[in-house]
Design a protein around this ligand. Structure first.
Ligand code: ADP
Ligand code: MG
Length: 414
């Protein structure tokens, strides 16, 4: 069914058309009716299948029907997300969908001045997209009231119900009215989190699409066995072989992100990094550069593994394997979005075999292996333009030369 057949206002239909959304994706088709009916929903669908609009469209429709007087600092719908970048992105989707409808949207996250956020909350807000930190901060200062909330959405729901966030979420749920509608969306969920989610709502409708394989079918993903110290040469080769491609490279730590960027710089490849140690302005700039393609290589920690929707990311490289198995699904899910296809490659060193096993058991099947023969492996190291590597190879050459006379001597003795 096309969107123009839905019982939406002309303005919402026009906004969908302007976004190029002609018909709902599978998950949208399934979630729109129960959400419009006011039901609680737990929706699981693979990465890149349009989950944002799967909650945004029906919620906007509902809010457009229920015109109410807004209390000062009150909010009607809260969308909780785990990262600043995701707050910005989801806010943008809502803004495009509510254009000209008289519904207001505010994206809220820390790391930026709170005054403009407070000013916008003064007359009440229809939709608040927020990370928990700043939201609770403003609430405790009296600039945000949860009394009028009638829809609560947890995007990346399993993550929002994990250790780092669960207390905040429980606190939030205690503070908003009982009659609220609650929506959970994610690409991954486990039994424990599912129980937790069900414990927070009354009769959630469960909608799950492609439950067997959590990795999107649009993604070709494989693993290559590469030793820790050699990873940079393989990344260098990949980038040089695909100079036009947008690549998202995941590393384990903030320090490693900077190190990989430095190693790339030494071989003439420019890249940018994103992680929790960067100031917000820089994080926002880096995301914008990657989005528009001014920078093609983005090196990120798991801060960017969830939810980020950047068009035309052709490759995801797991330079280090993710420590949390489900993050594999989220990381590789930054490519192959919508109808696009994508390629994901993981570099697995000796030390990481155990993590690989965990990931494979999470996926319930093995990941295809890219076989690299010895000659190709060595060639990759040899063609590197890394001067540090050249310096090493000079020593190697020197050692080889020094060793030669000894060999010769041995031969003479025979
Ligand atoms: P998910 O949250 O499932 O990972 P997103 O909501 O980020 O996915 O959407 C992935 C991409 O699909 C986005 O670029 C979005 O614009 C696009 N998209 C969503 N719904 C539709 C639709 N109905 N038709 C066409 N493209 C869509
Ligand atoms: Mg999403």
């Amino acid at each position: 069914m096309r969107f123009d057949k839905y019982n939406f206002s002309p303005a919402l239909k026009r906004n969908l058309e302007n976004l190029g959304f002609k018909k709902p994706t599978d998950i949208q088709y399934r979630t729109i009716p129960p959400i419009v009916n006011g039901e609680d929903v737990l929706a699981i669908a693979q990465t890149g299948t349009g989950k944002t609009a799967a909650y945004a469209i029906p919620v906007i429709h509902l809010l457009s029907l229920r015109r109410e007087e807004m209390e000062s600092y009150g909010v009607r719908c809260i969308v909780m997300v785990p990262t600043h970048e995701l707050a910005i992105q989801v806010t943008e989707v809502f803004e495009k969908l509510v254009a000209g409808m008289g519904i207001n949207v505010l994206g809220m996250h820390g790391g930026v001045d709170q005054a403009p956020q407070i000013k916008r909350l003064k007359n009440g807000m229809d939709i608040l997209v927020a990370t928990p930190g700043r939201m609770f901060d403003l609430a405790s200062q009296g600039f945000l009231s949860f009394k009028s909330v009638d829809i609560l959405i947890l995007d990346e729901a399993d993550h929002m119900l994990e250790l780092g966030f669960i207390t905040d979420m429980q606190q939030l749920i205690r503070r908003i009215p009982k009659g609220r509608q609650t929506l959970f969306f994610s690409a991954t969920i486990n039994e424990h989190i599912k129980d937790l989610a069900y414990g927070l709502v009354r009769h959630a409708v469960r909608i799950q699409i492609s439950p067997k394989d959590p990795v999107s079918k649009n993604i070709d993903h494989s693993v290559a066995f590469i030793e820790m110290d050699d990873k940079r040469f393989f990344l260098e080769r990949m980038i040089k072989e695909h100079p036009e491609s947008k690549m998202l490279v995941f590393v384990r730590t903030k320090v490693r992100a900077e190190r990989v960027a430095k190693a790339l710089e030494r071989v003439g490849i420019s890249s940018q990094t994103i992680h929790g140690d960067k100031v917000q302005d820089e994080r926002t700039d880096v995301m914008a550069n990657f989005k528009c393609g001014t920078n093609k290589i983005l090196i990120a920690t798991d801060i960017s593994s969830r939810g980020i929707d950047i068009p035309n990311v052709e490759y995801v490289v797991n330079y280090d394997l993710p420590e949390v198995a489900e993050n594999y699904v989220h990381r590789v899910g930054r490519t192959g979005r919508g109808t696009q296809r994508g390629i994901a490659i993981s570099f697995c060193s000796k030390e990481e075999h155990e993590i690989l096993d965990e990931i494979e058991s999470f996926l319930t099947k093995p990941i295809d292996v890219i076989a690299i023969d010895k000659a190709e492996y060595e060639e990759t190291i040899d063609i590197s333009e890394d001067s540090e590597h050249d310096w090493k190879s000079l020593i190697k050459e020197h050692e080889a030369k020094m060793a030669m006379p000894i060999k010769k001597k041995k031969k003479k003795k025979k």
